[in-house]
Design a protein around this ligand. Structure first.
Ligand SMILES: *[C@@H]1O[C@H](CO)[C@@H](O)[C@H](O)[C@H]1NC(C)=O
Ligand SMILES: *[C@@H]1O[C@H](CO)[C@@H](O)[C@H](O)[C@H]1NC(C)=O
Length: 194
């Protein structure tokens, strides 16, 4: 349950509530990936994300789904899994919100209490920002209406900070520009006046 929550939460920048409310009908297994729909109760426009077959993510998801008892009356995806058995009881908000905390404890990270339910959503946006994805994509991915929040992730991303550090400390961009300018200056005029 924790692993599947982690996978879906990070892949889709999910809020705790969204994971709690997720139903088996919201997920379509198309073989090579999962297509997950997060219904939006306010606007009725769902957010859709895909989980690709990285590592054994799809296998884990399918395994968890296969453990679902056959006579569960509701459609909620997340059921308690304890002592090697899946119960029919749906996972509540408190347990779902503890996933990052459980993962942080497992990884023996410091200050595990800081890992709240919101970390899945935050980490998802941070991971995207850190590989240099633009603000619009991050905004769409998380379903943020305003650009401000997404901007914060991009601005504080390691990608952004690294670029800045290179500019300050190594001067990569600056020296490249200087070289280009020098080359342009030293290149004989071939009559092009642009
Ligand atoms: C989750 O379901 C509850 C109960 O139906 C509802 O009040 C809440 O708005 C839902 N949350 C989301 C994010 O869909
Ligand atoms: C760094 O952050 C600023 C402010 O959000 C943004 O305009 C700029 O595009 C970012 N640069 C990179 C390399 O991501």
């Amino acid at each position: 349950m924790i692993k599947v929550g982690l996978i879906l939460g990070i892949a889709g920048a999910c809020r705790t509530d969204e994971l709690v409310n997720l139903t088996v009908d919201d997920i379509e297994d198309v073989g090579s990936s999962l297509i997950v729909k997060i219904p939006n109760t306010k606007t009725n426009i769902p957010r859709i994300f895909v989980v690709t077959d990285v590592g054994n993510m799809l296998e884990l998801f399918r395994k968890y789904l296969s453990l679902r008892p056959p006579h569960v009356k509701h459609k909620r995806l997340f059921l308690y899994y304890k002592a090697g058995k899946c119960s029919s009881q749906p996972v509540g908000k408190n347990t779902m919100g503890k996933i990052p905390n459980v993962v942080a404890s497992y990884l023996k990270l410091p200050d595990v209490a800081c890992y709240t339910g919101h970390c899945l959503r935050r980490s998802s946006a941070t991971l995207l920002a850190d590989v240099g994805v633009d603000i619009t994509t991050i905004k769409r991915h998380a379903g943020w209406k305003s650009t401000t929040v997404a901007e914060g992730y991009v601005e504080n991303s390691i990608e952004n900070k690294t670029k800045i550090a290179n500019q300050v400390l190594v001067g990569t961009t600056a020296s490249a520009t200087t070289k280009t300018v020098n080359k342009l200056i030293s290149t004989p005029d071939r009559g092009k006046k642009t």
